[in-house]
Design a protein around this ligand. Structure first.
Ligand code: ZN
Length: 656
């Protein structure tokens, strides 16, 4: 456990709230302390209002902010006096609590305060830090966890038994903390949940957090439960894409909506999935915060139907215990542990799946360490149920819930680094799809630095590279639902009399042959798409209206067009739609260098400007215009259309 405090870094942060921002970020940087919006921090500051009254304000982490990247605006200012009055109430429902917190802030534009706000208020210290440190959870989540915590910390911490986060937890702490804390108390351990530290300065509170977690790590080391050797036999090689896509399809069929599934083949994940006792030890989330995303337990192996049955039984058993009628969440797993596939994580977006994967990777370490201590003990199922079906969390999900049209779906685009392909990537990302972009240019690898994009450098004329790219894409996102075949070369304006065979073959290899490989290799994957597979071919105006000097290009695109039409016929029974776009005069693409543009304009006796808009509508057609239509043709408006050829060319007299 490294203390990341740095005096010169800290000097950049001014004032009490500034330093609160700084040490919150230090906590957020250490993934063994907090993950993805987990944990929360606060500072109590005396301020005078516009009208001159002095009052204490609790600045507490606002919901939707991640400690690692928090700013001053991410802290919600809530009136302390009211929070302390609330803490003395007999009871407070969650909606009441949320209402009270939001209506007692001093800045209207601030985010909703954390659900642990009242708990922060009742602790009498200026700075309060709260994390879900892995090392602490490995100790609290064991059969005799409380005794171990007392042995490690003595009277340095107050121990709070597990209770669901929210008002009841704040109330319990308000009662127990004054009664059980003493002059040596610097923290508080919440069984099966996490740890608090506090202090008079940001540094003191942070230092204490690090020191307390270090004590937990030292204890684990003494018990030979700290270092986890990597398993010796690593992940097996070989293609997994059909197995992964089949599994994803079966899981999505149970959930009822498409999800991204990312597969981690890291040695530790595979090692955990291969443990003979995996089913026995992988019992439940390490801290309640995780339950909403990972669900109660992972699926061990691939029996999706059995998992769904167990999940329904879990719901039936615990639903009456809940305060009001709950609607069952979908019974599909979010984490899969499989000896061959490793750790698969699912989510409505690639980001959600990545978060689930990271949460569970930490959970496996907590479980393995707790197992070395003598046995991992998760929360009782009913407690997990309460968190999983917590109204506040469900409301948050619903708020984020108006899902974009391609949420949970995966698209592959060829020729994705520039022009129409690049614009297609943007149009698909904007509609919520995860996108695999292929291009021969290395620029593809850094085109978008975001978890829902995978850029793979790939020469589409090399079959082995195409197959490897498909494998990488499916391991990242779980399948391929949409295929946009865009990569193409123009091949220069050579007349037939001078057209060399090698030049001809080069154009055919990229524009035609490579697309046969993509169609053939993707067919099985497209068939597994929950909302049916879609193929969109970027053709050319040259198919209906070829031009002199473009023999290889026109012939290759015409052959590709026929290939697409045959695919539409052959794959209709699989529900796969295959449509073709015929763009023309799109000049912001890789093919149209200034040189080619000048040459073609001259060929028609036009200036470049005239040439750009020489269509019926006298309009310029951009890559974005083509990409937006391509994305729409993969969407629900075109659900009943296959084998169609749609021009996107501003109107062409020879085509009309
Ligand atoms: Zn917490």
């Amino acid at each position: 456990m490294k203390n990341l405090w740095n005096d010169s870094e800290a000097a950049n942060f001014k004032g009490e709230l500034g330093l609160r921002v700084y040490t919150s970020r230090l906590l957020g940087r250490d993934k063994s302390l907090v993950l993805h919006g987990g944990g929360n921090t606060s500072v109590k500051i005396r301020e005078s209002s516009l009208t001159g009254e002095e009052e204490d304000i609790l600045y507490v982490k606002g919901s939707g902010w991640d400690l690692e990247f928090i700013e001053e605006a991410g802290f919600s200012p809530v009136r302390m006096a009211h929070l302390l009055k609330l803490a003395r109430l007999e009871a407070l429902t969650d909606p009441q609590m949320v209402n009270e917190l939001v209506t007692h802030m001093t800045r209207a534009s601030a985010p909703a305060p954390s659900v642990e706000t009242i708990l922060h208020a009742v602790l009498p210290h200026k700075y309060v830090d709260h994390t879900h440190a892995d090392a602490v959870l490995a100790i609290t989540n064991t059969a005799n966890g409380e005794a171990r915590v007392r042995e490690i910390y003595g009277n340095r911490v107050v121990v709070i038994p597990y209770i669901m986060p929210g008002f009841d937890l704040a109330q319990l702490c308000a009662l127990k903390f004054p009664a059980e804390s003493g002059p040596d108390t610097i923290g508080m351990v919440l069984m099966n949940h996490g740890i608090f530290s506090f202090g008079q300065s940001a540094k003191e509170s942070y230092d204490r957090m690090i020191a307390l977690v270090q004590l937990a790590e030292n204890y684990l080391a003494r018990q030979r439960a700290w270092s986890l050797p990597l398993p010796r036999d690593g992940a097996a090689g070989g293609p997994l894409r059909m197995e992964l896509a089949t599994l994803r399809r079966r899981i999505c069929a149970v959930s009822g909506f498409p999800m991204v599934m990312s597969c981690s083949r890291e040695a530790r994940a595979v090692g955990f999935a291969r443990r003979k006792d995996a089913r026995a030890i992988a019992q439940g989330p390490a801290t309640p915060d995780h339950a909403i995303r990972t669900k109660r337990v992972p699926m061990i192996g691939r029996d999706v139907e059995a998992y769904a049955r167990d999940y329904r039984a879990y719901f039936e058993q615990h639903a009456p215990h809940a305060k009001e009628t709950k609607t069952m969440l979908d019974p599909a797993p979010r984490v899969v542990l499989d000896p061959d596939l490793g750790l698969c994580a699912l989510g409505r977006t690639a980001k959600d799946a990545a978060i689930v994967g990271e949460l569970y990777a930490h959970t496996t370490e907590v479980i393995e360490r707790a197992t070395l201590l003598g046995g991992y003990r998760a929360l009782e199922a009913r407690h997990i149920f309460d968190v999983e079906y917590w109204d506040l969390e469900q409301a948050k999900l619903r708020k984020a819930g108006s899902a974009p049209v391609f949420a949970g779906e995966v698209a592959l685009v060829t020729g994705a680094a520039s022009g129409i392909g690049r614009a297609c990537v943007e149009a698909l990302l904007a509609r919520g799809a995860a996108v695999i972009g292929l291009d021969v240019s290395p620029a593809i690898e850094t085109l978008h630095r975001r978890v829902d994009f995978l850029g793979v450098r790939c020469d589409v004329t090399e079959e082995a590279k195409v197959v490897a790219a498909l494998e990488a894409g499916v391991r990242a996102f779980g399948g391929i639902d949409m295929l946009i075949l865009n990569a193409g070369v123009f091949g220069g304006g050579t007349k037939i009399a001078a057209l060399g065979s090698a030049d001809w073959r080069k154009v055919m290899a990229v524009n035609l042959d490579a697309n046969l490989v993509f169609l053939r290799e993707c067919h099985g994957l497209l068939r597994l798409a929950l909302r049916s597979g879609r193929v969109l071919i970027v053709g050319s105006k040259n198919v209906p209206a070829p031009g002199p000097g473009a023999a290889a290009y026109s012939a290759s695109k015409a052959a590709l067009n026929q290939l697409a039409r045959v695919a539409a016929l052959e794959w209709g029974a699989d529900g796969i739609r295959v449509n073709v776009l015929h763009p023309n005069a799109v000049y912001d693409t890789g093919i149209w260098t200034d040189e080619v543009l000048k040459e073609r304009a001259a060929h028609y006796g036009l200036t470049v400007e005239q040439y750009r808009t020489s269509n019926v509508l006298r309009t310029e057609v951009t890559s974005r215009d083509v990409a937006e239509l391509a994305a729409e043709m993969c969407g629900p408006s075109f659900a009943k259309t296959t084998g169609a050829q749609v021009p996107v060319d501003g109107g062409n007299e020879r085509v009309i």
